[in-house]
Design a protein around this ligand. Structure first.
Ligand code: HEM
Length: 261
């Protein structure tokens, strides 16, 4: 508890400098880096539906470790989602330290930011707003995935998106996560000087260009993917709940003349 007070004040009761804020900052950076990179991987995996339903089915089974457990084991996905959830909450808790404590503080910060007209200060406001939104939206998604890991697949996911009304939440979450993720990774690179090189000013301009391109790329990929799930979900609405059978299994079924082998 005294550590927390120290962390908040940035100094101990004896007025010695505390290492706590630096430690918490480091935890925030490390969890942010992990989550940012995880989200890129997540978006690529979810977008497997754009290649084909069979491909998305194959990716799902691979993540359920079907190469070890016959037919895959969704509990692995639940455990993984739980770990991500813990990292997500830790990151959010670290971020909350930096939010204004009341409306008056917010007004002061906002008017400073407006007067400065400094791009990186504006980015901070976007981070605070999108982070706040993600705390609710991301928690709902993670909880549903964690407790329904056996319902991930071309039809199960599309039914959740369309028939179970997840698409409005995904639109908001997608916007928040894409801005928050790329801005966060950009700010990390600037903060820790990862790509400073010989001319930090030129490197920062390059980093900004990367930030913008990656934001566009993942927004386009994300919305195209969401549109694909919505379309499949719409077409499948009258059979919602029915699971996808991969083409190989359907062919096997037909060869066996309708008998399940
Ligand atoms: C282990 C953790 C996670 C798993 C297994 C997972 C899984 C999935 C799956 C299967 C979908 C497809 C739609 C569906 O089945 O409902 C999806 C969509 C989505 N997820 Fe996650 N997710 C995880 C973590 C996260 C986190 C932490 C975020 C952001 C805070 C997130 C944001 C999104 C968004 C925005 C979509 C919609 C993407 C689109 O349609 O383009 N997910 N996720």
């Amino acid at each position: 508890m005294s550590d927390l007070i120290e962390g908040y004040l940035g100094e101990t009761v004896e007025r010695k400098k505390s290492r706590m804020p630096a430690k918490l900052d480091y935890i925030q950076s490390a969890t942010g880096l992990f989550l940012g990179l995880f989200m890129w991987g997540h978006m690529l995996l979810v977008s497997s539906i754009l290649i084909s339903k069979d491909f998305m089915y194959g990716v799902t089974k691979l993540l359920e470790a079907s190469f070890i457990f016959d037919g895959g084991s969704p509990i692995i996905v639940s455990i993984f989602a739980f770990v991500i959830f813990v990292i997500f909450i830790t990151h959010a808790a670290m971020g909350m330290r930096k939010l204004p404590g009341n409306f008056k503080q917010y007004q002061v910060m906002k008017s400073h930011a407006d007067n400065m007209d400094h791009e990186d200060t504006k980015l901070w406001f976007i981070q605070a707003f999108t982070g706040f939104a993600m705390f609710f939206l991301g928690s709902i998604h993670l909880y549903i995935i964690m407790t329904n890991s056996d319902a991930i697949g071309p039809y199960a996911s599309a039914d959740r998106v369309w028939s179970e009304w997840m698409w409005p939440l995904y639109i908001l979450l997608l916007l928040a996560v894409e801005f928050h993720g790329t801005i966060g990774l950009y700010r990390l690179a600037v903060k820790w000087g990862w790509f400073d090189g010989k001319d930090p000013k030129a490197s920062r301009a390059k980093l900004k260009m990367w930030k913008k391109s990656l934001t566009y790329f993942f927004l386009i990929l994300g919305f195209t993917t969401l549109a694909a799930y919505m379309k499949i979900g719409m077409d499948h609405a009258d059979k919602a709940g029915e699971r996808y059978q991969p083409t190989a299994k359907v062919i096997e079924y037909k060869i066996n003349d309708g008998r399940v082998a």
